[in-house]
Design a protein around this ligand. Structure first.
Ligand code: ADP
Ligand code: MG
Length: 384
């Protein structure tokens, strides 16, 4: 193992796996730190090395720092202190610890958006029962409906409960185990979009085309690119907002910024992900350089690749629910049938067990026209 050839990644899920594949395609070796066993870890099972340890295990981190020349993370819930540990030992990390600390806490994230002058949904902080009593007394009826969200560790709509009547807030907070939460106003969304960008150590930014995202039950269902609903002036605003965020965080790496677009064409920042993101999976088959390759290039200090889109695309997530489609019996989807459609690109994450709501893979439906890509996606989604 050569230190100048080995990249470390924290986390062993599908994002770590696809990063590993791209880094390996560029000739690098990858070391995955993941507390799960090799068999249970989509990334560790294909990586060159696996350190099976907790993200705060100093001995494991020291080992990683000794063997890797750069380190990345596949998710924002590693302690920011872990990334600081690497920076303190002189190891380059992308993203930086500060960006991760902002992204892993909804309160910090929203304060940050407002500090840099961007619109986000209004919210209250709920820390204790007194905060609930106070809201019961004082909240303006116009604030509802709202969503109670845990401040930390939420993903795929987990840790969120819709609140239509303020009297239900207490029970909802109990359901979320009385951890710190925000009560966020529900926005009347016309459509949702995201900007995926890559920023290198010299401050160069490469934007990917904007995708329109559809969520079902808080989980991304599809991304359609180019976004059929987003006029150029809104796209420009979104790119500008994403640039402000990246520059203010002194961000290096691939960054995703999710937005709500309103009827009146104003945009609200929803949240950021300091890493390649599900809504950027389409880049694997529709753009010259995928978001994962871009992340690997940035870690290796190689030039950014072209983000030009060569094919219209619809990305569909494959959830574990597809395994239970017929009479609730466990059956692998019929890939033979799904792959009959020209332009279907299948990506499976090698997870051993399908569960409802679990992300098992995704499909990029590419074609020469968006309409045709949408037709394929429609047919494929009926088979899933
Ligand atoms: P997660 O971290 O789980 O992705 P998000 O805050 O992005 O959480 O919420 C998931 C989805 O729920 C969003 O993409 C959007 O569809 C819906 N949602 C979240 N917050 C709001 C809101 N304030 N108003 C309307 N819809 C929302
Ligand atoms: Mg989200």
């Amino acid at each position: 193992m050569q230190k100048n050839n080995l990249i470390g990644i924290l986390g062993g899920g599908q994002l770590g796996r696809m990063f590993t594949q791209s880094a390996q395609a560029l000739g690098y070796q990858v070391c995955v730190l993941d507390p799960a066993s090799k068999e249970q870890s989509p990334a560790a099972s294909i990586a060159n090395f696996h350190i099976c340890a907790d993200y705060t295990d100093e001995q494991a981190l020291t080992h990683m720092a000794n063997v890797c020349f750069a380190v990345s993370t596949e998710f924002e819930n590693v302690p920011a202190s872990t990334l600081e540990f690497f920076n303190n030992t002189g190891i380059f990390t992308a993203p930086n610890a500060f960006a991760v600390s902002i992204a892993q806490n909804r309160i910090q994230e929203k304060l940050f958006f407002s500090n840099v002058g961007l619109n986000a949904a209004p919210f209250y902080v709920i820390n204790c029962i007194e905060d609930i009593y106070k809201l019961n007394e004082e909240i303006d009826e116009d604030f509802l409906p709202a969503i109670l969200k845990t401040t930390q560790l939420g993903y795929d709509g987990k840790g969120q409960i819709s609140i239509y009547n303020i009297e239900h807030l207490h029970a909802a907070w109990q359901e979320l185990h009385q951890v710190e939460c925000i009560l966020e106003k529900k926005i009347n969304i016309h459509h949702e979009i995201s900007v995926v960008l890559a920023r290198d150590r010299y401050g160069n930014i490469a934007n990917y085309p904007i995708g329109q995202n559809i969520h079902k039950n808080g989980i991304l269902f599809s991304s359609t690119v180019p976004s059929p609903l987003t006029p150029a002036n809104i796209a420009q605003k979104a790119y500008q907002n994403a640039k402000t965020i990246a520059e203010s965080l002194n961000y290096i790496g691939v960054l995703c910024v999710e937005f709500f677009v309103l009827e009146d064409e104003s945009i609200y920042v929803n949240e950021i992900a300091p890493r390649p993101h599900n809504s950027g999976h389409y880049t694997q088959n529709a753009c010259i350089t995928s978001q994962f390759e871009q992340q690997a290039r940035i870690l290796a200090n190689l030039p950014l690749g072209s983000t030009v889109q060569h094919s219209p695309v619809v990305m569909l997530n494959i959830l574990g629910d597809a395994w239970f489609k017929h009479n609730n019996e466990y059956n692998e989807p019929n890939w033979q049938q799904i792959l009959q459609h020209a332009g279907v690109q299948l990506h499976l994450y090698g997870k051993q067990e399908a569960r409802a709501g679990r992300k098992m893979g995704h499909i990029n439906c590419v074609s020469d026209t968006l309409k045709h890509a949408q037709n394929i996606a429609q047919q494929v989604s009926e088979l899933l």
